[in-house]
Design a binder for this molecule. Structure first.
Ligand code: KG4
Ligand code: ZN
Length: 333
């Protein structure tokens, strides 16, 4: 079964053709990051307008790259929630138009479920059940993936998402948006123990995260130094911050795995590209004899191949939408 998948939840307009949930026939991404960088973050109004301009060309290219016409596609999958509402609406309405004109089924895909599905592409042998840490610009969740379309959230962030904390702290360190990527690079040359930073926990909720205090601590350090006319060593600051975020993520994720008896772990989302997070979890899992899965780096961030993968499993579980499908800015997994 070949699915044409569309993704427009944030600042990437993406289309892909995926066969049977695992084989990527084409994947095209038009990124708006250069433009949003001018403003230090995603400007929702601009994102929606750029999706409108890009979506036809990106979709056509995905079909061309796969060597297929719309008539040879079996279903249209689209990210419908959660995300920037104006951005999501572009993808959803375009997908509805394609479904209406071609008579193909329309499959709604949840953005976090699709991030998890990036692992099915990278690791064709991976099947639920497993435990997944989803860390992106908007979410930090620990999810029990009981089956492809049966998920249970064990923990989540109470404030900032891990990616959001990376981006805001990086901005205070003078790095361009999206700062998480840049901070990961700069941290490689720094001393992770140079600065003692808080490792916030949430009372009575051992799987939940809280990153805003950690982010504020680092921003205060920078501002206090500036007031004294000092400049802090950015590499050391980046390394210390990255370590603190990764410590919190790893600690709660490993605890959740132990408490639930999960021996198969996966990570997903933009922050799952983080070098330290990947190596630390790989090590933790190897030490315990657990299996560990992570998406290929180019599948960690937003893309449509992961939507095509999850779309396949949604379709075979009977999740098909009518032409009244709407986009939702917020929605549980
Ligand atoms: O999944 P994603 O592309 O979009 C959302 O659904 O939010 O995640 C984007 C986030 C940004 O906050 C970005 O800074 C972060 O992922 N990110 C990273 C790295 N690569 C991307 N954070 C830390 N280290 C990285 N290597
Ligand atoms: Zn995402």
């Amino acid at each position: 079964m070949r699915i044409l998948a569309l993704e427009s939840s944030c600042d990437e307009t993406a289309a892909a053709v995926v066969e049977d949930g695992r084989k990527v026939l084409s994947s095209v991404i038009a990124s708006q990051v250069e433009e949003h960088r001018l403003y230090g973050g995603v400007v929702p109004e601009i994102a929606s307008r750029r999706h409108c301009e890009a979506i036809v060309g990106v979709t056509q290219k995905a079909l061309d790259d796969a060597g297929l016409t719309l008539g040879e596609i079996d279903a249209i999958a689209v990210t419908y929630a959660p995300g920037l509402i104006g951005a999501l609406l572009v993808g959803v309405n375009f997908a509805k138009g394609l479904a209406l004109s071609s008579g193909k089924p329309l499959v709604p895909v949840h953005h976090l479920r699709s991030h998890i599905a990036a692992n099915y592409i990278t690791s064709p042998e991976l099947e639920p059940p497993f435990l997944c840490l989803i860390v992106s610009g908007g979410h930090s969740h620990i999810v029990q993936v009981k089956d492809y379309t049966d998920l249970h959230v064990l923990g989540r962030t109470r404030d900032d998402a891990a990616g959001e904390a990376f981006d805001k702290a990086a901005r205070a360190m003078g790095m361009p948006y999206p700062g998480g990527v840049e901070m990961d690079k700069r941290a490689q040359g720094g001393d992770p123990d140079a600065f003692k930073l808080p490792h916030p926990t949430v009372d009575g909720a051992p799987y939940d995260f809280s990153f805003s205090g950690l982010k504020t601590a680092v921003i205060n350090l920078i501002h206090n130094a500036e007031q004294k006319g000092q400049t802090l060593p950015v590499e050391d600051l980046a390394a210390s911050f990255r370590k603190a975020v990764v410590d919190c993520l790893v600690k709660n994720f490993v605890k959740a795995a132990r408490d639930t008896g999960s021996r198969k772990l996966a990570i997903a989302g933009g922050v799952s590209a983080n070098t330290l997070l990947r190596s630390r979890l790989e090590q933790e899992c190897r030490n315990r004899g657990w299996k560990f899965y992570m998406p290929e780096r180019n599948l960690c961030g937003d893309n449509a191949a992961m939507v095509g993968s999850q779309g396949f499993y949604e379709y075979i579980s009977g999740n098909v939408a009518g032409l009244d499908l709407n986009a939702c800015a917020a929605m549980a997994v």
